[in-house]
Design a protein around this ligand. Structure first.
Ligand code: DHB
Length: 391
């Protein structure tokens, strides 16, 4: 098969790229190892930056994000039993939207299929080659065991943290800068009304907790746990006890826990984002810990840049933007890496933390909430920096 852009991975990055390229008249094929049902039901992130929402709605990729998503004008930082609200619009003129990632994926898949996009689920990529030429290719195996080969003008690895395209770009499957953290998040979905109007990020002596939402009847919450914790090791009662102890001063509305998972986290940036005619975007290129809600937003920012670069290359034979892609993308990627690391380190309690460490953390949180400059720094990063080249 022949196409212009072979996109590996039907996550937010791969699907949005296919959508934006199609708008510009560039055809692509999207491949994913997973089934459509799995992609549409896996619970992931929930917060979209204002620019992410703009790209999704203006491109026609998702109208539901504005109709069904909820605008959030602030978050609460909670420590020493007191809440401190950060008001986004007054500090930055921007807001964020709560709209779950799997809903974004449902919208993108529906839009791509309605437009007749070649979207292949349950198709596992087995090889990527000739990326140093103008005719790179991807080989894959379908669910029926048939082998396919796709010849393209460009190959995009949008296939997540265990990317199979990455070796063709970086020379190895691991090659990158990374950092591990000595904790993970225990995440739950529960049937309960919201416990607060806005998200609560809570630092407590017992460890971190995040009170998020999904709807008027279903909530998403997380608490810091050991990376080796087993999701089934705690009863519902123990989960609620742990969560409540970590948000002193707010009475949580409890209810049946309908899903639970343990998310390990790390920071990662691939050593190379592009080699010849292959490029990495989204989690294939970088992973952030979840505390700053940057993961999906960073994937969208990569794709906005790459879409422009591929249009210039494939429609006008102008390689300047693709040659600048990695350097331009990395500026935002490292800012997001810093923000995600900072929120994580400021809010979590390391197992070996000393009294000094804890008091210093409270001092850091006070420096943020008691200063308009501090609040603005957090709000600018959380709501998202402007996309490169947009007013
Ligand atoms: C959610 C996840 C995050 O990592 C975050 O920072 C905020 C919200 C969520 O799943 O709702």
């Amino acid at each position: 098969v022949r196409t212009r852009v072979a996109i590996v991975g039907a996550g937010p990055a791969g699907l949005l790229l296919a959508h934006l390229l199609a708008e510009a008249g560039i055809e692509s094929i999207v491949l994913d190892r997973r089934s459509r049902a799995e992609i549409e039901s896996t619970i992931r992130a929930g917060i979209l930056e204002q620019e992410t929402v703009r790209v999704l709605s203006e491109s026609g990729a998702s109208e539901r994000v504005l109709a069904v998503g909820t605008r959030h004008d602030g978050i609460e930082l909670r420590f020493e039993g007191e809440g401190h609200r950060i008001d986004f619009p007054s500090l930055t003129g921007r807001s964020v939207w709560l709209y779950p990632q799997h809903e974004v994926l449902k919208d993108l898949i529906a839009a791509r299929l309605a437009a007749g996009q070649d979207l292949r689920f349950e198709t596992e990529v087995t090889g990527v080659g000739d990326v140093e030429t103008d005719r790179p290719w991807v080989t894959a195996t379908t669910a029926d065991g048939d082998a396919v080969r796709i010849d393209a003008d460009f190959v995009v690895g949008a296939d997540g943290s265990r990317s199979v395209v990455r070796p063709a770009v970086t020379g190895s499957s691991t090659g990158g800068y990374f950092r591990e953290y000595p904790f993970a998040w225990f995440g739950i979905l529960c049937e309960a009304p919201p416990s607060a109007d806005e998200l609560i990020y809570s630092n407590s002596a017992e460890g971190f907790a995040l009170i998020s939402q999904r709807s008027t009847t279903v909530q998403r919450m997380y608490f810091q746990c050991d990376p080796d914790a087993a999701p089934d090791a705690l009863s519902d009662e123990e989960i609620w006890e742990t969560l409540q102890a970590r948000v002193p001063g707010t009475a949580l509305a409890a209810g049946p826990v309908i899903q639970r998972d343990v998310l390990r986290f790390r920071s990662f940036v691939a050593h190379e984002l592009r080699h010849g005619r292959a490029v990495l975007v989204g989690d294939a290129a970088h992973t952030v810990p979840p505390t700053g809600a940057k993961g999906m937003n960073l994937a969208v920012a990569d794709v906005v840049l790459l879409d422009r670069a591929l249009q210039a290359l494939l429609l006008e034979n102008d390689a300047r933007l693709i040659d600048a892609f990695a350097e331009t993308a990395l500026r935002r990627i490292w800012k997001a890496q810093h923000f995600s690391w900072w929120m994580t380190s400021m809010l979590h309690t390391a197992r070996d933390a000393s009294d000094f460490d804890h008091r210093r953390q409270i001092g850091e949180l006070r420096s943020v909430v008691e200063s308009e400059a501090g609040q603005t720094f957090l709000a600018e990063a959380y709501t998202g920096w402007p996309h490169e080249g947009t007013p």
